[in-house]
Design a binder for this molecule. Structure first.
Ligand code: FES
Length: 180
């Protein structure tokens, strides 16, 4: 009878220890998986562009806009960080002439600048002197394609607010292929 009780107690103790170890290892693992910082960022289709008001755009005058979003860096969560920039240019009088261009050079990825005053409308990459026309099309230089255009639309409520489907593309080739 005493042996029987001892065996029951030992079985209970072993199971309790097992449950305790499971909790010690499992709870932090569950917390890690549930924590928002460890989940992949939600890919929102269109993001607002700061620094650009659509109705203020002037013909052939590029305006630089900033895109902010949540960015995670190892354990650090940046809730409102700059994740990209765009050039916005209007080459005519209507919305169809508005183009949103990636600032990343399609040659090897440097930041493409607006041409300095006196150089005519367009863009130049400082790294290997790629030149682009004001609509982002290829002019001269080593790049194999024009600046990458991004899909855009006006916000439903604030019609002056620009929303952009922000993405990056593979550099160094003639086709525009989104980076995965
Ligand atoms: S990276 Fe722009 S020209 Fe080479």
């Amino acid at each position: 009878m005493v042996n029987q009780e001892r065996r029951s107690f030992l079985r209970f103790a072993i199971h309790s220890l097992g449950a305790l170890f499971g909790a010690v290892l499992g709870i932090p693992a569950a917390c890690y998986l549930i924590d928002a910082r460890n989940r992949p960022a939600v890919q929102r289709d269109f993001r607002p562009v700061q620094g650009v008001r659509l109705d203020d755009l002037q013909k052939d005058v590029p305006t630089q806009g900033v895109i902010r979003d949540v960015r995670t860096d190892a354990w650090t969560l940046h809730p409102d960080d700059v994740v990209g920039r765009v050039w916005v240019v209007k080459t005519g009088n209507d919305d169809a002439s508005i183009r949103v261009l990636a600032t990343i050079c399609p040659h090897l990825g440097c930041f493409v600048n607006n041409n300095p005053p006196g150089s005519g409308p367009g863009f130049t990459c400082p790294c290997h002197s790629a030149k682009f026309n004001i609509d982002g099309s290829k002019n001269t230089g080593p790049q194999q394609r024009g600046m990458d255009t991004l899909e855009w639309k006006r916000d439903q409520q604030d019609r002056n607010l620009l929303l952009v489907k922000f993405e990056n593309f593979v550099q160094g080739q003639s086709e525009k292929v989104p980076r995965t």
